[in-house]
Design a protein around this ligand. Structure first.
Ligand SMILES: *Cc1c(COP(=O)(O)O)cnc(C)c1O
Length: 467
């Protein structure tokens, strides 16, 4: 692409394109990055600069870019039957096959799926399903859904209501009624005055307390990600999920697990629910389902809820034009076939996940890093001003944002959530590429430390070096 072509496109973008999660005015002033090509785990901009995409696009390009098999699957289906709907007692071959394949991968008690176009629509669907379920069970007063602070469940009105992101809820409300949030299991930021084990139980106690406050017979469901992604790659203490499960089952409250990021291998199992043994009633999926090549999502429905919706429900007045979209389903099906054939999930569990864990953890030796955590192929770095105290820099220094911009300068895409740097690379990343990722991240952290010091920040790196 010539520089003048690129400049022309950036002008069109500035004048007409309102980007998601963006300060429109600031982007207009600064201009956008123009990404024009990609291959494997690398993306390329208009100037031909390559970046190691440690975010897999937006947590989704799990098989990496440039997979001809996915292109071919889309192309074949576009020629055969590009689109047809699933309303009015119709179906299409890829949607039916994908439904069966997904249920085959899911835990045994999950045998039905409702397709959507996205993760947000999946969570909207889950919300409607759980309330419908309790109404059909003769307990219509079981309405409350409990989510968690700082959770992300999408950006539709129901998605942002289920999520716990304060800046989102401050705009375009009021939120959907009957949704409340408890504290998140974010040990590094909120629990370091106790052991992770104790903190996990404190978080489950918060669930118990909220249920008691609402009345156990008024609570329909709890919704959570196995590991919070957009919130900052927050890996709960080992004690957390068993304690949460115990509370939910004691009060007969449904568990909705948002698998939009953790599903399809991210944690080294087909679902995060398998890693943590969650036995969810419903699971929302999207993103990695098609490796992001085409938009598709869904809700996997466990037998308990499915039986009631099917046997007692009559018509479920809900669905989307693109539910079971044949071309999206064909790509998802091929994506899952390739993942199974290439043993991608086992590779994450046995090889690349442990390899990343070992080398990522070593970044805790860096003067800026208070904690380096990972599970499977999701990871986070906590940038701190004071290693011993684990305190972050003053917000005005914008340490995380600075680091993210430096990563781009160095040829690495790493995301910042406040002063937490996060990665979620394509699941096909090799050990050698993990070495490259870590070398780039280390160089970026060194440069971040230099720039923060140049701005007058003090860095107190007195904590003992872990061995
Ligand atoms: C991305 C995401 C969603 C929303 O998915 P969309 O396809 O963007 O609507 C929901 N939940 C989680 C955990 C996500 O990461």
């Amino acid at each position: 692409m010539t520089p003048s072509d690129a400049a022309g496109l950036k002008a069109l973008d500035r004048d007409h394109y309102l980007h998601p999660f963006t300060d429109f005015k600031a982007l207009g002033d600064e201009g956008s990055r123009l990404i024009t090509a990609a291959d494997g785990i690398y993306i390329e901009d208009d100037g031909g600069r390559r970046f190691l995409d440690a975010m897999a696009g937006l947590w989704c390009v799990n098989l990496g870019y440039g997979r001809q098999e996915l292109v071919d699957a889309a192309s074949r289906q576009l020629q055969q039957l590009p689109y047809y709907n699933s309303f009015f007692k119709t179906t299409n071959p890829p949607a039916a096959e994908l439904a069966e394949t997904l249920c085959g991968l899911a835990p045994d008690h999950i045998n039905r799926v409702f397709f959507t176009g996205s993760g947000s629509e999946a969570n909207d669907t889950a919300l409607r399903m759980v309330r419908r379920y309790w109404a059909l069970e003769g307990q219509p007063e079981k309405q409350w859904i409990i989510g968690r602070d700082n959770a992300y469940h999408g950006s539709t009105v129901a998605g942002m209501s289920l999520g716990g992101m304060a800046p989102m809820q401050a705009q375009g409300g009021p939120c959907v009624p009957g949704i409340t949030h408890i504290r998140q299991p974010y040990w590094f930021d909120e629990g370091r005055d106790m052991s992770p084990e104790a903190f996990g139980k404190v978080c489950a106690d918060a669930l118990e307390a909220r249920i008691q406050a609402l009345g156990p017979d008024k609570v329909a469901a709890f919704i959570a990600e196995p590991v919070q992604g957009a919130g900052g790659a927050i890996i709960p203490p080992e004690s957390y999920w068993p304690a949460i499960k115990e509370v939910l089952s004691r009060h007969d409250i449904l568990l909705v697990v948002d698998e939009v990021i953790c599903g399809f291998g991210r944690l080294g199992e087909w679902f995060g629910s398998v890693h943590y043994d969650l036995a969810p009633d419903l699971m929302s999926v999207a993103k990695g389902l098609s490796s992001g090549y085409l938009p598709i999502g869904g809700v996997l429905v466990g037998d308990r809820v499915a039986r009631t919706l099917i046997d007692d429900g009559g018509e479920f007045h809900h669905g989307f034009t693109y539910s079971g979209h044949p071309t999206c389903a064909a790509v998802a099906l091929e994506n899952l076939r390739l993942m199974a054939a290439e043993g991608v999930v086992e590779q994450v569990r046995r090889v690349t996940g442990p390899y990343l864990a070992k080398h990522w953890k070593a970044l805790e030796r860096h003067p800026l890093i208070g904690e380096a955590r990972s599970l499977g192929l999701i990871g986070a770095l906590e940038i701190v001003a004071d290693k011993a105290a684990g305190t972050h820099f003053d917000k005005t220094l914008k340490a995380g944002e600075t680091c993210r911009e430096i990563c781009f300068e160095f040829g690495l895409v790493m995301r910042s959530v406040g002063d937490t740097m996060i990665i979620s690379p394509p699941l096909v990343i090799t050990e050698a590429q993990i070495d490259e990722l870590i070398a780039l991240a280390t160089a970026a952290l060194d440069e971040t430390a230099r720039r923060l010091q140049a701005r007058g920040a003090t860095i107190s790196a007195t904590k003992e070096t872990p061995t």
